[in-house]
Design a protein around this ligand. Structure first.
Ligand code: M6R
Length: 607
């Protein structure tokens, strides 16, 4: 979950690393640091807290360093303080290393190294690797060999960048279950855990494959072990996309980008009257024979998967199971050769989702990933890929990637059902036509409701606990609304199917509790209405998301956000925005760190 970066070349490494770290900060922001190497010496600067804390060091740096590494931390082992910040030195301060991942056998290694005379400064699992390399180097005086040997001793997940006075101008790199990408420049090379770190300088990248290690200098990359052809790819992310610009927060910017994202998805996947998925990587004949689909995902992406259960109703009869990846990966499922596993992930690097996909693969099951990051581990390891085309999402709270996932799932099941002749052309045309109206209506919705939601959020931010309720397709939306609120405002919030309320959660309701209800026009409207009456009689403070034109809702509560009057399944593209904005403004009123909420990180690359 941490962000790591390395640079070697013609520019001032300190500045490049500092800028790169700022673009990686969403991966972790407990502490930060950088190490620079030149002429027999490594300079190290580490700080507890955000990257901005490195600024005085960067500004005061007069000496030119061509090579360095940097790190932004999401703490796993040891407090989030300066000592535990990366990079970590060996005993002699001749080697510095930054790590993303978890070294599971660090304790045993540390004990052995202490016996051999090594002294440790931090409580981290990562420091052990610097000492391990030092130990092997002491024996052989071969840094490359020492690095390679150290890696063979490690259990767990890792991506490393390592520099040393013994090899100035070089950065040693390795990955296992954590991403690492090399950026190729002219007379310079970059390495980082995510592409935006070096995007202003190069779009040419080489992805390290699972288990790969090597070394880079300003001119070349060399991989250790088996020979492989160096295949570079050109990525199309615009660096401008990862910049906040005039927006107060990335989250707000990304909420507002949703109409544009749906437009992009629509023009990429809908050609005339047909839906097509150019990178699906799974034959139509196989899709026609699929007997069961499993969707695996975490967090918000899991909520998108749950919504797919309802989106596919009326389109396809295919049995569908949706499960959180961390559970799925340890299940003992008897797969059949006609099963299909679909993973959903913004980052494509979520450790549990990756493990779930690997489980499917070793069982001989075909896999598709619905993912936002081209070249990510999930994309590279899955048989097929549906690109969510949301562009870089920086805010830790997922917004535009979520609605992009919903849109892709909807189009996928429309396509799937047409292949299997479960829907007829006229029906599909109607769905596509309605889907294509979403961006225009979303823009209008934002224009009409921004101030209103801001005002309502201010009024509701005084409540100490929230329930989010919905039925049918609004139930997974309720789960997502609760997740958004709790992750950025830190207010306890739970999502429930409204029918479950009487089985426990109603005990929470009193005049100090907020209840957000999604009550759109559909076959369960009356049932939902009765549930709200029950809340009202217990003085719960109701905020309703209802369909435009609903006159009765005002009898329940004056706090109503009206969604466009469309088919109920399409209303999710508007309730999602309303719930995101509501969470945003509650968090804003409470003065929270919206883009970087405490204890979280954007991509969860550890188990
Ligand atoms: O990158 P992924 O979509 O796989 O990430 C999954 C979750 O970690 C993510 O959705 C998380 O729940 C977000 N912070 C929610 O806003």
């Amino acid at each position: 979950m941490c962000g790591i970066i390395g640079y070697t070349g013609k520019r001032n490494a300190a500045k490049i690393i500092f800028q790169g770290l700022k673009r990686l900060e969403y991966r972790g922001y407990d502490s930060c640091g950088l190490a620079l190497v030149e002429k027999g010496k490594i300079i190290l600067n580490k700080q507890a807290g955000p990257i901005a804390k490195l600024e005085p060091f960067i500004a005061g740096q007069k000496v030119f360093f061509s090579t360095g590494i940097g790190h932004t931390r999401w703490a796993t082992h040891g407090l989030a303080n300066r000592i535990n910040a990366h990079p970590h030195f060996d005993c002699q301060k001749k080697i510095a290393l930054a790590h993303n991942g978890i070294i599971e056998n660090y304790f045993t290694l540390k004990k052995e190294l202490i016996k051999k005379g090594h002294s440790f400064r931090s409580q981290t699992d990562s420091e052990v690797v610097a000492h391990l390399v030092e130990e092997f180097f002491r024996q052989t005086k071969d840094l490359e060999g020492a690095f390679q040997k150290a890696i063979t001793k490690l259990q767990g997940s890792f991506a490393f960048v390592l520099i040393s006075v013994y090899a100035p101008g070089k950065i040693f790199i390795a990955r296992k279950d954590s991403p690492l990408i090399v950026g190729l420049g002219e007379e310079e090379n970059f390495v980082a855990s995510d592409i935006p770190a070096f995007l202003p300088f190069t779009h040419r990248v080489v992805y390290l494959e699972e288990g790969e290690s090597g070394v880079i200098d300003a001119k070349k990359i060399r991989f250790f072990g088996r020979r492989r052809r160096l295949r570079s790819e050109t990525v199309s992310f615009r660096s401008i996309d990862a910049v906040k610009g005039r927006w107060r927060h990335f989250m707000l910017k990304e909420i507002y980008e949703q109409p544009e994202v749906i437009e992009r998805i629509s023009s990429f996947y809908v050609k005339g009257k047909k839906i097509h998925f150019p990178q699906l990587g799974i034959s139509q004949s196989f899709l026609k024979k699929v007997k069961k689909i499993y969707i695996v995902a975490c967090g918000t992406a899991y909520h998108a998967g749950l919504a797919a259960k309802y989106l596919k109703e009326g389109l396809s009869q295919i049995p569908l199971e949706v499960e959180v990846s961390s559970e799925f990966r340890y299940r003992q499922i008897k797969f059949s050769s006609h099963d299909l596993v679909i993973s959903i992930s913004q980052s494509g690097e979520t450790a549990d989702t990756l493990a779930a996909v690997r489980l499917a693969k070793v069982s001989g099951v075909k896999t598709i990933t619905i993912c936002n990051v081209m070249g990510s581990s999930l994309v590279r390891e899955s048989d097929g890929f549906i690109n969510t085309l949301a562009g870089p999402e920086v805010g830790v709270a997922s917004t535009k990637a979520y609605t992009a996932q919903l849109a892709c799932l909807f189009l996928f099941f429309l396509y799937f059902s047409s292949l299997r002749q479960e829907t007829v052309s006229v029906q599909r045309q109607k769905f596509i036509k309605e889907f294509q109206q979403i961006p225009r209506l979303q823009r209008e919705f934002l224009r009409l409701n921004f101030i209103k939601i801001k005002r309502l959020a201010k009024a509701f931010s005084k409540y100490g606990c929230f329930l989010f309720l919905g039925r049918g397709i609004n139930y997974p939306l309720a789960l997502e609304g609760a997740l958004k609120l709790k992750e950025i405002s830190y207010i306890p919030a739970e999502g429930y199917p409204a029918g479950e309320m009487k089985h426990g959660p109603i005990a929470l309701i009193d005049e100090y509790k907020g209840v957000v209800c999604i009550i759109t026009q559909g076959r369960l409207y009356e049932k939902m209405f009765s549930n709200l009456e029950e809340i009202k009689s217990r003085q719960g403070k109701i905020l309703a998301l209802a369909t435009q034109g609903d006159r009765t809702i005002k009898n329940l509560t004056p706090a109503v956000i009206f969604l466009p009057s469309l088919q109920e399944y399409l209303s999710i593209f508007f309730s999602a925005i309303a719930l995101q904005l509501f969470a945003y403004f509650v968090a804003y009123n409470l003065g929270r760190s919206i883009d970087k909420p405490r204890n979280l990180a954007k991509s969860v690359t550890v188990e």
